[in-house]
Design a protein around this ligand. Structure first.
Ligand code: SF4
Ligand code: SF4
Length: 335
């Protein structure tokens, strides 16, 4: 039984998947990036040389997800399938009364479907709850004293919620999300949700919260030869969660670059892009075409920050139709 409990513990402390090709350090962007190391409360992120830019120390990593939340390019990821399935599964089925969904922190004692830490919550998850019309309550514990996450998890959650709300503006259906601390009455939820039977009784009180932990599995290796896989799951779900579908001309919040006439046809933007969202081609006449796959753009702004003549600029709002077909960002006839 102890081994089994240890395995449960492991499920809650899996390190995130790292995809080097998407890391802005590997892509050698101007000024690099160390946002994951800054975000980690446990000094578990080790920044190394090219080819090994980011390593996670498994002995220090608690699986809180704060590095994933901070990574602008999707180089660090957890599988979203478990939390998404849990939120979707909690809504009332056909003919059943509408229900609310909740995701609780494993340390909160509130019970119900729980994540290791609410640092794992992402904009795509909250936007999907909005798409499914599921009111979602996020219940955190005593973050100030928590050994798993960080004291400012609630503030970070509100920033994630703000991103999700901006994304959902295009659909006209806001996400209904409440963020709050666990209350004494939430103990009853633990009873309601916890699995019945011998396991529930054998789990010691210190580990009781693990019973409701949403199961997860490590993400498989990214197959870089598959263009669809180059886009991180988070951004694929952000697009999929745009439901009800916005009209093609509806404005959508999706930060991405624009290019102006200062472009001097260098390869920097396409080289630094972590998802190959920008492609640079020349036709037979030598005309440059800079094309953007907006749905693959994570908004990391590595291209904007690295562009030598500063010809690239951030634009936050695009037409919804721009997510469905490649956009010609810039064209320049070779003199
Ligand atoms: S935050 Fe992401 S892109 Fe930046 S160094 Fe870490 S893994 Fe690389
Ligand atoms: S197009 Fe620019 S902002 Fe978008 S993912 Fe690529 S480098 Fe980042």
């Amino acid at each position: 039984m102890n081994r089994w409990l240890d395995r449960l513990s492991e499920l809650g402390t899996l390190e995130p998947r790292y995809t080097a090709q998407r890391c802005l350090r590997e892509r050698q962007t101007v000024d690099g990036c160390d946002l994951c190391a800054q975000a980690c409360p446990h000094e578990a992120v080790i920044l190394g040389p090219l080819g090994n830019s980011v390593q996670i120390d498994p002995d220090r990593c608690t699986g809180c997800g704060l590095c994933v939340q901070a990574c602008p390019s999707g180089a660090l990821e957890y599988d979203l399938t478990g939390p998404l399935t849990s939120v979707q599964g909690q809504r009332g089925g056909p003919g059943q009364p509408e229900t609310e969904a909740s995701l609780t922190c494993s340390q909160s004692g509130a019970g119900g479907p729980s994540l290791t830490c609410l640092g794992r919550v992402t904009p795509a998850l909250l936007s999907a709850a909005g798409a499914w019309d599921v009111p979602l309550t996020l219940i955190h514990g005593d973050c100030a004293a928590c050994p798993v996450g960080a004291p400012d998890v609630p503030q970070r959650l509100h920033r994630v919620l703000s991103d999700a709300e901006r994304l959902r503006e295009a659909t006209g259906r806001p996400a209904q999300v409440e963020v709050r601390a666990a209350r004494p009455e939430d103990q009853a939820r633990a009873q309601r949700f916890s699995r019945r039977g011998a396991l529930g009784q054998l789990v010691s009180s210190g580990r009781r919260e693990l019973v409701g932990l949403i199961p997860e599995s490590p993400l498989p290796f990214v197959d870089w030869s598959e263009p669809a896989e180059r886009t991180p799951q988070e951004w694929r779900w952000r697009k999929a969660s745009l439901s009800p579908s916005p009209a093609p001309i509806a404005p959508v919040y999706w930060p991405a670059p624009l290019v102006d006439e200062k472009c001097m046809d260098c390869p920097v933007c396409s080289n630094v892009c972590p998802t190959e969202a920008i492609t640079r081609t020349h036709d037979a006449a030598g005309t440059l075409h800079l094309t953007l796959d907006l749905s693959a753009c994570t908004g990391c702004m590595a291209c904007v920050d690295s562009c030598p003549p500063q010809a690239m600029h951030r634009q936050d709002i695009w037409r919804a139709a721009a997510l469905d077909a490649p956009l010609l960002l810039f064209e320049k006839v070779r003199p």
